[in-house]
Design a protein around this ligand. Structure first.
Ligand code: ARG
Length: 562
């Protein structure tokens, strides 16, 4: 049963739907106040009554039943306590029944959500700055699929532009096929960096000519470009595998080469295109924004032109319900402009485009510098974290089997979780030591908690202790808190999707792991009397299932032993 829905169904506020009430139901910080609370402040205006009075009136209207144990009003909040035995039996049964699907729903059935994330640049470093877009996008992809939406993961490759002319010029001058093949993206990027360091006017002109050759379909130039692209993709795909990231489409900027002219034509027809110093722009001054540049004075298209074409293409191809762009907040203006232009073109679906902006990630030692040659490659951060995890595991548990595999799961998880734990718009300073702290608010802590729960279950099995999945019992305080957290998981996943905040799931994992550990240390599990033991084992198993689901939504694995 969904407690929020159940309670919401009992509350009657004129003009407010029960879905809306369900989504307003919060969990009070102090469980002594109640298990759920409805803040009545936002009804005050419409009802022309004080929140205090609204809460008191509602409290009188609702009679306790088998589910709702107590209703009270306090300072404008309507507080509910639910029947703990009922909650326990209900949650345990549901988790046992749904297993790895616990938290999933079909609320998104029939709706497609396009998610543009990671969107790497060909021949450029895949650096720590790409961490957030990659793992946030990956988490949203899994969360939306889990909720029944059809998620379409799009890697909008940065594969268009004069830099590829530069790259060809550099390669022809200094490059060597075998060396580049062997060095992969690092060698390709080194050529590009060298070009930028050494180029004079003549080389710049040559680069422009090579770019023109790519554009005009010249075979040699295109073969080279495709080669650089395949080297880059082979490299990033290895990292995507480690991070458990998938895409359905790699349609990048270049894919829109032949799709921009019709957009420009359409802008012209709709009277939106204006000339300004030889360039073609859409004036956005009435909306307090600088103009959106569509064509440069030499006729070349821009980043925004390709995003306009891409949005229209995605709508036509996927008929999305929402199209998300998981891109750093530095591009706030860009997306505001693009969305506005689409709105001015008369596309009512422009309202369904969402820029999911996030903050910067830097390393504790200040190593994040975009100056030439000083870039921190994401792969190096991951590998270093895995190595450190390996050392810690060796220290903590020398007898552990499969240490390398566990270190990979723990180390990769720590990097991912580091980027997902905080509200996405916050800037993050990544610290290896903090991320790998077994007692911190970390994925390692959650993984270790899972391993602890698994080991209790293994011991029970070894001792031949049988227990049902959905044992009944009257929970003590620690158990009740844990049960409530478990019952809150589906609502947490829903909220995470609604706010595009995987951090809600990450926090839920840490909070729930804390509650499990409190239960584990305060209550005997295996030594308890048979019926209490059965209940606690069922609770342990349910916790392991729910935590596993939570971590996996974030793209983080759960080792059986640690
Ligand atoms: N490649 C771009 C960059 O690194 C990000 C692209 C984001 N997606 C988009 N549709 N503009 O800045």
């Amino acid at each position: 049963m969904d407690y929020r829905q159940y309670i919401a169904g009992k509350i009657n506020v004129e003009g407010v739907s029960s879905e809306e009430i369900a989504s307003l139901l919060a969990v009070p910080p102090d469980s002594a106040m109640g298990d759920f609370a409805l803040p009545c402040f936002r009804f005050a205006k419409a009802l022309r009554k004080s929140p205090v009075l609204i809460a008191e009136t509602l409290a009188k209207e609702i009679a306790p039943d088998g589910v709702i144990a107590e209703v009270s009003a306090l300072n404008g909040y309507l507080n509910f306590k639910v029947n703990k035995e009922g909650l326990a039996a209900d949650v345990l049964a549901r988790i046992a029944r749904e297993g790895r699907q616990y938290g999933a729903s079909d609320e998104g059935a029939g709706k497609t959500v396009c998610i543009d994330y990671s969107s790497v640049n060909i021949a450029k470093p895949f650096h720590i700055g790409h961490l957030s877009t990659t793992v946030l996008g990956g988490a949203l992809y899994r969360i939306f699929n889990f909720l029944g939406y059809k998620a379409v993961g799009i890697n909008h490759l940065g594969d268009y532009g004069t830099q590829f002319g530069k790259l060809i010029s550099a390669y022809k001058r200094w490059g060597n096929r075998e060396e580049v093949e062997k060095g992969g993206i690092h060698a390709v990027n080194a050529l590009y960096v060298r070009f930028n360091e050494e180029a004079d006017e003549a080389m710049e002109a040559e680069a422009r000519e090579y770019f023109r050759l790519i554009e005009s379909g010249d075979k040699e130039a295109n073969d080279l470009f495709e080669w650089f692209k395949s080297l880059t993709l082979a490299y990033v795909e290895k990292i995507y595998d480690r991070l458990h990231i998938k895409f359905d489409s790699y349609a990048g900027e270049r894919f829109y080469t032949d799709k921009m002219a019709p957009v420009v034509e359409e802008l012209k027809k709709k009277g939106l295109l204006k000339e300004s110093n030889g360039a073609q722009i859409v004036d956005l001054e009435p909306y307090g924004m600088p103009p959106c540049l569509i064509l440069r004075s030499d006729g070349a298209s821009l980043y925004a032109t390709r995003d306009l074409a891409a949005a229209i293409y995605r709508k036509n191809t996927y008929d999305f319900y929402k199209c998300l762009y998981v891109v750093a907040y530095q591009q706030n203006l860009h997306f505001k402009q693009v969305f506005k232009v689409l709105e001015l073109m008369g596309y009512e679906w422009a309202k369904d485009l969402v820029h999911v902006a996030y903050g910067m990630v830097s390393l504790e030692d200040g190593a994040m510098s975009t100056r030439k040659g000083k870039v921190v490659w994401l792969e190096d951060v991951i590998s270093r974290c895995v190595e450190k995890a390996r050392v810690i595991l060796e220290e903590k548990n020398p007898a552990l089997e499969n240490k390398d595999a566990v270190a990979e799961t723990v180390g990769v998880g720590a990097v991912v979780f580091g980027a997902l734990y905080n509200n996405k718009i916050k800037d993050i300073v990544f610290s290896y030591d903090k991320a790998l702290n077994f007692d911190g608010e970390t994925s390692v802590y959650v993984q270790y908690t899972c391993a602890r729960a698994a080991s209790v279950l293994t011991k029970a099995a070894a001792e031949g202790i049988a227990f049902g999945d959905a044992a009944e019992g009257t929970p003590c305080a620690q158990e009740a808190e844990l049960l409530k957290a478990l019952s809150d998981f589906p609502a947490t996943v829903h909220e995470a999707a609604e706010k595009y905040e995987p951090s809600f799931v990450a926090r839920w994992c840490v909070d729930t792991a804390k509650l499990f550990n409190k239960f584990y240390f305060d209550c005997k599990i295996l030594q308890a009397e048979a019926d209490v033991r059965a209940f606690r084992l069922a609770l342990t198993k349910a916790t392991l299932t729910a935590l596993t689901n939570g971590l996996e939504l974030l793209g983080i694995g759960v080792p059986e032993k640690m």
